[in-house]
Design a protein around this ligand. Sequence first.
Ligand code: C5P
Length: 222
Amino acid sequence: MNTMTIAIDGPAAAGKSTVAKKVAEKLSFIYVDTGAMYRALTWKALKEGISLEDEQRLVTLLGSSDLNLVQSEQGQRVILDHQDVSEEIRTAEVTNQVSIVAKHKEVREEMVQRQQQLVKDKGIVMDGRDIGTHVLPNAEVKIFMIASVEERAQRRHKENMEKGFPSDLHQLMEEIRKRDEIDSNRATAPLVKAEDAIEVDTTSMGINEVVDRILEIVHEKS
Ligand code: C5P
């Protein structure tokens, strides 16, 4: 049980990271947010003025980047070239462009390798878009989390309002739709439910309900 791997995939803003973090906490497993890695590369490329369509330059940039996910008291921090970029990678500028970076085959190959290296002999909960299909195809538990676009936009909107960030519900809905479309239609490792994944529709579920459902699935499999 303490070396089990749990893959959680699904579309943007489905609550994967919140749920994955809680599941990891309950099981004393390590949580790995793979989206943060694509976000960090996007943030660095934007900062350095590198075109997000330039696959070769992005691969070179990633190759020369020291990218670490560090567990701290404030949760997982994203450390890029010794700088904590955990907040910077969550801006709308990065969110709305990260899918362009994530569609490149060679970028994904390098990311997948790095993600697989994070799995050692400990229990792990990893979330993303291709975890059950490509990163951890042998994961003991695979969850595919979905929710309606309206519900996902509402949740993000509420979160923004609580943080005092400007937020427009219709714009959020459009942005989420667009990101899903790019992630689902890219040629390499598109967002798709693994054949052996269990789908959990969280549209009318609370966070704790989803966490309990996943823990139930984990216990059934262990
Ligand atoms: O999970 P999050 O929304 O932070 O992911 C940001 C973006 O990174 C996704 O929209 C997707 O384009 C990309 N991603 C991916 N594969 C993963 C994780 C994230 O393509 N495993």
